[in-house]
Design a protein around this ligand. Structure first.
Ligand code: FES
Length: 237
């Protein structure tokens, strides 16, 4: 069954079950996202994608909100801008990119959205790391929990793309962090070094260890291993 709604004054018809975010994309309207990825199940954790819906008392996350007949959605307003800036500032207050100065304008997704909302990442990010940088001995996967924003894309990618269930969440509140297995090194937690978690991480908290600190890859080769088929990407520098 088709559903008709308006987004920013534009009318669209989409199949029942479509999310507001997906409907907006079809209209060419970009809504900022961080925890959302089209390949993964929706999570609704970061609240960056909030929109205003006529009749709703508070902004709603568009990545988990399914369309309904006659819905009227606004994706831009001073209130939404303020809400998104607050989300980004809170994420940055708990985020530390030790290599930010050397990034040379190459932003990850968090840094991109923060800059797009007029926020100074260098000034707003945490002043010191809370976790050991490169904290896992894996030869393939670089782990820097100081850059993790708990979007859980790595956890969902590991489970939903690769079916491995290596990554999970540990602790609560401020102490919450991703963890391999029950806290052991990645390779001891059944990690196959497939790179799915790296590919879906929006901040580089998980990265390709052989290329960290080497600048932009000059050449990227996509390989498909016979045993897993994930399609890992490793640069050959
Ligand atoms: Fe929708 Fe994170 S992208 S809540």
């Amino acid at each position: 069954m088709m559903v008709t709604l308006t987004i920013d004054g534009k009318t669209i018809q989409v199949p029942e079950g479509t999310t507001v975010l997906e409907a907006a994309e079809q209209l060419g309207i970009t809504i900022p996202t961080l925890c959302y990825h089209k390949d993964l199940s929706p999570y609704g954790g970061c609240r960056l994608c909030v929109v205003e819906v006529k009749g709703a008392r508070t902004p709603l996350a568009s990545c988990t909100l399914t369309v309904s007949e006659g819905m009227e959605v606004k994706t831009q307003s001073p209130g939404l801008e303020a809400s998104r800036r607050m989300v980004l500032e809170l994420l940055l207050s708990n985020y530390h990119d030790a290599g930010y100065a050397a990034n040379d304008g190459r932003f990850n997704e968090l840094e991109h959205w923060a800059s797009a909302h007029g926020l100074d990442v260098k000034y707003l990010q945490a002043k010191a790391p809370r976790f050991e940088i490169n904290s896992d001995p894996s030869p393939a996967i670089w782990v820097d929990l100081n850059k993790c924003i708990l979007c859980t894309r790595c956890i969902r990618a590991c489970a939903e793309v690769q079916g491995r269930f290596v990554w999970g969440l540990a602790e609560r509140g401020f102490d919450s962090h991703i963890v391999a297995g029950s806290g052991e090194p990645l390779l001891e937690a059944r990690c196959e070094s497939c790179g799915a978690c790296v590919a879906y991480c929006p901040t580089g908290a998980l990265d390709n260890k052989p290329s960290v600190g080497k600048g932009k890859a000059e050449k990227v080769v996509t390989t498909t291993c016979t045993y897993c088929g994930v399609g890992c990407q490793f640069d050959l520098n």
